[in-house]
Design a protein around this ligand. Structure first.
Ligand SMILES: Nc1ncnc2c1ncn2[C@@H]1O[C@H](COP(=O)(O)OP(=O)(O)OP(=O)(O)O)[C@@H](O)[C@H]1O
Length: 252
């Protein structure tokens, strides 16, 4: 606490001294990263910098060799993948994993957390609460007019939004997205930038992205990874003008 008694809000995610080695090769090397609520953080860096591995570590897919990942006062490095999801961490991979033969509505509905008991999961009903949540999320992801459309008929961008919607059904406090606009049209990119701005309200969003125009549009702060370490961090402008970043990444 400072002399004035003002206390900085604690970051939602605090990654400290995080390392992972694969056969002696350090893919992530003594990494520190802090993300606040309402923040959209973008991680950039050359191929092999450790970006995907960082997300794998946070969601429990890969186990850290050392270091800690504190998420809302819970230590994620000791938790199973499933429990990390339940703790409020959602992750979208590059390829959408929606059910193509189901409607938008059904895809969203089945992503609603089905209650805490086995009984709740088995006798899950279309309660008013679920309906309301589906409609709310569908509006958020711009698919409310497509609720009863089969998912395979959606555009590539709409499929990506649907998957984001499926994650939002669980109301994660941290949402991680790996190259969310890959393959999208210009107008879909613009709409996705606005979508990310909306969904960061009240939560934290961590994005891996190579498209610098898109990064500029969405990032509150940018972290540049290089060889598993943080090379630079700050505003897009500061990072873009950083000679070390230009040398290893942006100058190519
Ligand atoms: N399970 C694994 N076993 C061995 N090596 C791995 C494993 N996962 C990642 N690596 C290595 O770790 C390094 C970092 O990979 P990572 O995929 O995290 O990079 P990235 O920054 O996401 O790159 P890209 O932009 O190409 O996706 C690479 O050299 C990769 O080959």
């Amino acid at each position: 606490m400072s002399a004035s008694g003002f206390q900085m809000p604690k970051p939602v995610l605090a990654v400290e001294g995080l390392s992972v080695s694969f056969d002696g090769f350090k893919a992530v090397d003594d990494l520190n990263l802090y993300i606040d609520r309402n923040e959209v953080r973008v991680v950039i860096g050359p191929n092999g910098a450790g970006k995907t591995t960082l997300l794998d570590l946070i969601c429990g897919k890969t186990r850290a060799t050392s270091g800690s990942i504190q998420f809302e006062n819970r230590e994620l490095t000791k938790m199973r993948e499933y429990d990390i999801v339940r703790a409020g961490v959602g992750r979208k991979f590059q390829n959408p994993s929606i059910y193509e033969n189901l409607t938008v509505f059904e895809n969203l509905e089945m992503s609603y957390p089905a209650g805490r008991t086995v009984f709740g999961a088995l006798f899950f009903k279309r309660s008013a609460e679920v309906l309301e949540r589906v409609e709310q999320v569908a509006r958020e992801i711009m698919l409310h007019e497509h609720l009863h459309q089969q998912a395979d008929l959606l555009s590539h961008g709409q499929k990506q939004w649907l998957e984001i919607g499926m994650l939002l059904m669980q109301d994660p406090q941290l949402l991680m997205l790996d190259e969310p606009v890959a393959g999208m049209s210009v107008s879909e990119r613009m709409a996705t930038a606005e979508l990310l701005g909306r969904i960061s309200q009240g939560r934290s969003v961590l994005v891996i992205e190579h498209d610098m125009e898109f990064v500029k549009r969405i990032a509150h702060k940018v972290t540049v990874l290089h060889q598993g370490r943080v090379l630079a961090e700050g505003s897009m402008e500061a990072v873009q003008n950083n000679p070390k970043v230009i040398e290893v990444y942006l100058g190519h």
